[in-house]
Write a protein that binds this ligand. Structure first.
Ligand code: ADP
Length: 609
């Protein structure tokens, strides 16, 4: 439950992302580092195998050299007469020759007391001749009849070497010992050059060869006193034995990926026993490259994951913004719907008000209209008469086609006459016009709102100058709107078929009057139109579109308010000026009005939200 709440709260996400990132970085580092270390271990094993073989080869090839050298007569003759300078000389030269040919460090002959009689280096300052090596294990082993092997630092030369010794037998008796010293330091040099971190330790755990130069003669673990005593006795490494590499002691049998502390540093330690000598070949691999590989992998994983997490964060943000935008769009659609509903309501109200306006305005025109009406009606009546007669005749002649087309024409004429009568019916009742101060800006705004669907459908631009909110006229707001609607509709009709449709609404005021001008950019008024414009039933529009009553009713309405309406040609287009009586600004429009139609918040106020 708690976890779910955490998941839902976006502020917890950065912390979660950081946790995931840290975990991924740590896991990838560990995995790659371990794998690299393991690989380094395997590589080390292979290298050690190769080096062990080379080491054994370079030592074993001299295993039999002391026997071979000892078989020469020159040595046997020295043993039988050690004081004879001629024999000694011959033996020395022979050993020098053998040493030179085999490439070993030295070959020498000792008597049974360990005293050196002859040596390959007899002529050098570090000559072994006259020295006694009785204390050396290899001498003792050879005196026991076997082959002696020993690695140590030369007591005479101070140089390390591998000593191989063999007894010199005469009549099955040991008469002396021949020893060969092999220099292994070139091997160490080769390790160093090849960058192989190898070392060679003896059975006591003392390293006598090491690619790391200052580790030579250091032990893998602290030596116990008996071992130390033995080293002193055999003078194996002279006096150079120094402290252990690791105070706890190294464990070469550790897991291959476990690091050990060696001489203050961390190494991957591997060991390989060289059983023939009781030695150990050791490899101290540096874990640095494995660490670097791990760090590189962790860096890459961290970076990629960070990119992915960032992308996710952006995607999430984007989705959120989109849903916000959708919510806003829904909100806007709701507002538009509400506005449209109000427009429809207002239109219905105005239509009702219009009926009243038509009624009152028309009465004044009734006399003027009588002539027009009788003309309008008598013509179709005469036509009806003729058409009816003809229809009867066609029926008599059995011509139903012509009879039915005549009847259709009769139907059309009836519709037209019905329309005229319908318009006139509105005149029957009279209701006096209500005159009160009306804000012109509000009238214009309402009219534009009413005209909006037609304006939009006809793609007309209506330019209105900013109107002084305090400008008011004496009149009936709703009827004035009707006049304006009529003028705008006529303008739009006149520009039908034009590429550009534009109507300008302007207002000019004097102290007494206010004139509202509606100017279109259509073809303007023809002479005939100018002469009959305000007469009822004058129209140039196709039948069904106009009855020719709009302007005559508008004139009646404006006159009833004490104003006047006039028509002009204005360059291209027609201009209609409606002049009204100016009056003082009425109280706030939002205050309740007595007029039943205006007793509400003006609908144009809703455009502000
Ligand atoms: P109707 O609605 O039948 O057109 P009106 O009284 O509104 O009746 O207009 C009468 C005639 O006056 C129209 O048929 C048209 O010929 C002409 N008229 C009115 N307004 C304009 C105008 N802005 N431009 C050109 N002609 C117009």
């Amino acid at each position: 439950m708690k976890l779910q709440a955490l998941w839902r709260s976006p502020s917890a996400w950065p912390a979660g992302a950081a946790l995931v990132l840290t975990l991924a970085v740590w896991l990838s580092y560990t995995a790659v580092y371990r794998a690299a270390l393991q690989e380094a271990g395997q590589r080390g094993q292979a290298q050690m195998q190769l080096q062990a073989r080379e080491l054994l080869g370079s030592v074993e090839k001299f295993e039999h050299l002391p026997y071979l050298v000892g078989a020469d007569q020159a040595l046997a003759q020295v043993l039988s007469a050690p004081q004879d300078p001629l024999r000694l000389n011959a033996a020395n030269r022979y050993l020098q020759f053998a040493q030179h040919r085999t490439g070993v460090a030295a070959i020498y002959l000792m008597d049974t007391t360990g005293h050196t009689l002859a040596a390959s280096n007899w002529s050098t300052p570090g000559s072994f001749v006259g020295r006694n090596y009785r204390f050396r294990p290899y001498f003792q082993q050879a005196m026991e009849g076997g082959a002696g092997r020993f690695y140590g630092v030369g007591v005479t030369t101070g140089e390390p070497g591998f000593f191989i010794a063999a007894p010199l037998l005469q009549n099955n008796r040991i008469e002396g010992v021949v020893a060969v010293k092999v220099d292994l330091t070139p091997l160490e040099e080769r390790w160093r050059e090849a960058g192989l971190p190898l070392a060679l330790a003896d059975e006591a755990g003392v390293m006598f060869l090491s690619a790391q130069r200052d580790w030579r003669y250091r032990s893998l673990y602290p030596l116990a006193e008996p071992a130390r005593a033995k080293l002193r006795e055999t003078r194996q490494y002279g006096g150079t034995l120094t402290e252990a590499l690791s105070p706890q002691g190294l464990d070469a049998a550790q897991a291959p990926t476990a690091l050990q502390v060696v001489d203050g540093g961390h190494y991957l330690v591997q060991a390989r026993p060289l059983e023939h000598f009781g030695w150990q070949l050791l490899l101290f691999a540096d874990p640095g490259p494995a660490r670097r590989q791990g760090a590189l992998a962790a860096g890459l994983v961290g970076l990629s994951l960070a990119v992915v997490l960032l992308a996710l964060a952006f995607a999430w943000q984007y989705r959120r913004r989109m849903s916000e935008r959708r919510a806003m769009a829904r909100e806007r659609a709701r507002a538009i719907e509400a506005l449209e509903r109000r427009i429809a309501e207002r239109t219905a109200e105005l239509t009702a008000a219009n009926d009243a306006a038509v009624q009152t305005g028309k009465l004044a025109l009734l006399g003027q209209m009588a002539a027009g009406i009788s003309h309008e009606l008598s013509q179709p009546l005469a036509a009806l008469h003729t058409l009816a007669d003809n229809a009867a005749e066609f029926l008599k002649r059995q011509d139903p086609d012509n009879a039915s087309s005549n009847l259709q024409l009769i139907g059309g004429l009836c519709t037209r006459m019905g329309n005229i009568v319908g318009e006139l019916k509105a005149f029957a009742r009279k209701e006096p016009a209500r005159l009160e101060p009306v804000r012109l800006a509000e009238v214009v705004a309402s009219t534009l709102m009413l005209m909006e669907p037609l304006r939009h459908a006809s793609q007309t631009r209506i330019e209105t100058e900013t109107l002084d909110a305090g400008l008011a006229v004496l009149g009936d707001g709703i009827r004035l709107e009707q006049v304006l609607v009529n003028l705008l509709r006529n303008g739009i009709d006149a520009m039908e078929g034009q590429a550009e449709r534009r109507i300008d609404i302007r207002v000019s005021a004097t102290g007494e009057t206010v004139t509202l001008s509606v100017r279109d950019h259509g073809p303007g008024l023809s002479d005939a139109a100018r002469a009959h414009l305000f007469e009822p039933f004058f129209t140039t529009k196709p039948s069904g579109k106009g009855l020719g009553l709009g302007l005559s009713l508008s004139q009646a309405i404006v006159r009833e308010m004490g104003g006047q309406i006039s028509a002009h040609n204005a360059g291209p287009g027609a201009r209609f000026d409606v002049t009204m009586r100016r009056t003082a600004t009425p109280p706030d429009a939002t205050a309740p009005s007595e007029h039943p139609q205006l007793n509400r918040t003006p609908f144009y106020a809703c455009t502000a939200d």
